[in-house]
Design a protein around this ligand. Structure first.
Ligand code: MN
Length: 437
């Protein structure tokens, strides 16, 4: 089941929350992403909220004031939970019902209780992880990223022979996923450069970011029950931004034969708002068009619905500032802009492949896409590619140069969808400042 466009996507909808009607907001009434927050300075259980302009609609408060009483008891209970996991487990039909209800509630002209009872300014809230993430899997779904990185390590044979058949992934670490704003510490680890006789244990000199899109699992599956490609989106809740911080020197030495380990698990950050597949309905597009001499996906990864609408037209950006740039009030530098439409595998193919051996996924599990890069130099989603493994440093407006990240550097990921005739919606931001802790 692919989500359809309905009245909640109408370009002419406006909200009584004024900031949601500003042209540049990521969170107009057509978006309605879910997150989990705590009011600053108040010791309270985390609450589910919906981003609307620069405000958060507090769903626990909405329940308490009777605003959700038309919804089923289980749905109301899921809205008052301290994480999104129960809501994720309820599936598409319940979610669509909730979306229609919230869209009504926030529309101009709708009678509502005093805003102070149900809205919290985003600036007064701490945004937490949206879900308890049981498992985290990181894919490698950009053929451009895989080819660029492969070229750096294997100039003659950049793309391994399995790439066009298998959505490649590794099991990541869920415990070190933190929300946007968490300080990033350069990790220590084993490194061995080509000229070294023996490895050393030292501070990473090749700290990098990876621009990725995360997809939260909705309804899970039982062990031994694969999910067919045409049912895959029934099991996907929504998207966020992921920064898969990576220590390239540690990675280069440790990754064979089992793949990344400590080069990635020191921290991963995600944006706090989860944009649902319902909200993304107007921005669906065909899956990546494979070259005519590429093999078609194997039948279990192939369907006409996935081919025609499996892609998501989502633009992604990486913004960078050094400490000196911020001191001199220089605006952040856009290091790359890429499109999620350019991924070789769709989110449905990733989920179907993941469960094809019977592996069970659970509500709140996170699937990340892998670095989102395009073919061109200004579309590459990590420094490893942009600086050719550090050999072509980037010149900053201050006269500084960067091969990899150093203390004081701040990386902000952004994502948004635009289409003629529809309201622009965004994923918000995923930020990280490299800090001495
Ligand atoms: Mn990654």
């Amino acid at each position: 089941m692919v989500c359809s466009i309905d009245a909640t996507h109408d370009l002419n909808l406006h909200s009584w929350v004024e900031s949601a009607n500003q042209a540049d907001t990521d969170f107009p009434i057509q978006n309605l992403p879910f997150g989990v927050f705590q009011r600053q300075g108040i010791a309270e259980t985390p609450r589910i909220g919906v981003a609307i302009g620069d405000q958060i609609l507090d769903l626990t408060a909405c329940c308490a004031t009777g605003l959700l009483q038309e919804l089923s008891a289980p749905l109301q209970a899921a809205c008052s939970a301290p994480t999104l996991n129960p809501l994720m487990a309820m599936g598409r039909t319940a979610l669509l019902q909730l979306r229609h209800h919230l869209s009504q509630l926030l529309r101009t002209g709708q009678a509502h209780p005093p805003a102070s009872q149900i809205l919290v300014p985003m600036s007064d809230a701490q945004l937490l992880l949206p879900a308890t993430i049981g498992d985290y899997t990181d894919f490698y779904a950009s053929i451009f990223h895989a080819t660029h990185v492969g070229k750096l390590f294997r100039p003659d044979n950049p793309l391994l022979p399995n790439y066009k058949y298998v959505p490649i992934a590794y099991h990541g670490r869920a415990s070190s996923i933190f929300p946007s704003g968490t300080p990033i510490q350069r990790p220590h680890g084993q490194q061995k450069r080509l000229e070294d006789i023996a490895p050393t244990f030292a501070l990473s000199q090749m700290l990098d970011y990876e621009l990725e899109v995360g997809c939260f699992v909705g309804i899970g599956n039982e062990l031994g029950q694969p999910i067919a490609i045409d049912r895959a989106e029934d099991h996907l809740f929504g998207l966020c931004l992921v920064n898969d911080w990576s220590a390239r020197d540690i990675q280069a030495w440790e990754y064979q034969p089992l793949g990344p380990f400590l080069a990635k698990s020191f921290v991963t950050t995600i944006s706090p708002w989860v944009v649902t597949l319902e909200a993304l309905a107007p921005f669906r597009c065909p899956a990546f068009l494979r070259a005519s001499d590429d093999p078609p996906p194997l039948p279990y990864l192939s369907s006409s619905a996935n081919q025609q609408q499996g892609g998501i037209d989502l633009t992604l950006e990486v913004l960078f500032s050094s400490a000196q740039m911020r001191r001199e009030k220089i605006a952040p530098l856009c290091l790359s802009r890429s499109s999620f439409q350019q991924m070789y595998w769709t989110v449905a193919q990733m989920l179907t492949h993941h469960t094809s051996n019977g592996c069970n996924l659970r509500p709140g599990d996170l699937l990340a896409s892998g670095t989102v890069s395009g073919a061109e130099a200004d579309t590459q989603g990590c420094l490893l590619e942009l600086t050719q493994r550090g050999t072509q440093p980037i010149a900053l407006p201050t006269g500084e140069v960067r091969s990899f990240l150093v203390e004081g550097d701040e990386v902000t990921l952004r994502g948004y969808c635009r289409r003629e005739g529809y309201r622009r919606i965004g994923l918000g931001e995923c930020c990280g400042l490299v800090s001495h802790l």
